[in-house]
Ligand binder design. Sequence first.
Ligand SMILES: [Ca+2]
Ligand SMILES: [Ca+2]
Length: 472
Amino acid sequence: MQSQHKVTRRNFLKSCSFAAGAFALTSSAVNGQVQIANSNAKVRLGRKLPNVIHILADDLGYGDLGCYGQKKIKTPNIDKLAAEGMKFTQHYAGNTVCAPSRCVLLTGLHSGHSFIRDNYEINGYQLALPAGTKTVGHLFQDAGYKTCCIGKWGLGGPDSTGTPAKMGFQHFFGYLGQVQAHSYYPDHLWRNSDQIPLGGTVYSHDLMTKEALWFINKYKDQPFFLHIPYTIPHTKFQVPELGEYANTDWASDHKIQAAMISRMDRDIGTIMELLKKQNIDNDTIVIFTSDNGPHAQSGTGTFFDANGPLRGIKRDLYEGGIRDPFVIRWPGKVKPGVTTDHISTFWDFLPTCADLLGVKCPKVKWSDGTEQDTDGISYLPTILGKSGQKQHEYLYWEFKARKTQAVRQGKWKLVRKSVNTENPISELYDLDADLGESNNIASANPAKVAELEQIASNAHILNPYFKILYGE
Ligand SMILES: [Ca+2]
Ligand SMILES: [Ca+2]
């Protein structure tokens, strides 16, 4: 096991040093099944393939929704999704900021294995996913789905190796770069490879919803995968109307924050209405989650208790930075009103979709031909209420900007700080007894700390773009 790890690690170094494109996933193992799917995309193995709408909020915290305990901000439509579907209490983002979390979501590898591990800015865009990367977009596309991404991309600029089109999304509309997305009134957005001039006069979020409605109407008769990484409620604090919050005595930014989240909620309601109107409501899985914990700017974190009972916010590897709301609605398949404490994460999305489609999950293929499985585990058994749900041995995160690592193993949580120094600091928490990570019990549990430190060490493969450990 250990020697295999070393081989993988060495090959990764080789891949990154000599051939960026070698960090690639292959679909060759599933070609046979993909062809079956392509020959009859609508009905496969005697069952109708469901549409999948995956909505990703940006910097929305664990406590920001009514169905997760929010008292001030109204989110009736997302609450309805939860009431009509399944709510997860222990679902984790891929990372604690935007780009690396999205990379994990789309590629099925945790941040010790993934290619993009921080917001790596290049001329207003981000480090691009390398050529040949296989994403969940490809998975659906290969299965005959119409694939679409509307929102904030952040995984490669125009003409890069990581454009949405190259990453399995046949249609894209929105921001390619994350920095540009800091304004809701952009100079332009992108529709595929075309710049759409907007002159800074139109609220971008509204255009995204409009595009999503257009896409659903256009492709309602074939299976589609619609990924909507909305930019709300990431700052700036900008919204066209304050709505029901206009007459509160709250601070201006608090009113705006609430109005932004409620606007997104309203638009999710509009999308749900369209699914019903087009009679595809029962054939469509709708998923809602967030890419990382709350930003907490202008005191919103405290005022709204945006992280709920958790410790920490965006950029932390405490629970508040990485544990997020996660609801799935699929009428007739997912029992309504069920809450699960199954431990799941963004890197489970790819294998779950492969499970849904009945195809093998693609492997990472290294430059010397060796392969690595996804780090994820399908949560399809959990959402369908079936037996046989596999559990993670551990979850792992690393975040370069803060020089931190974290491991979740059952009730245990290791947070490791200053990992770029000779003497990293380990904190240990028992999440069953101490959900808020307020009582560091590392000194009383040296054997558990050592075990989890070893897991962290093994889970991390050096990535030359994101050196983080001492001596790398
Ligand atoms: Ca984010
Ligand atoms: Ca709190």
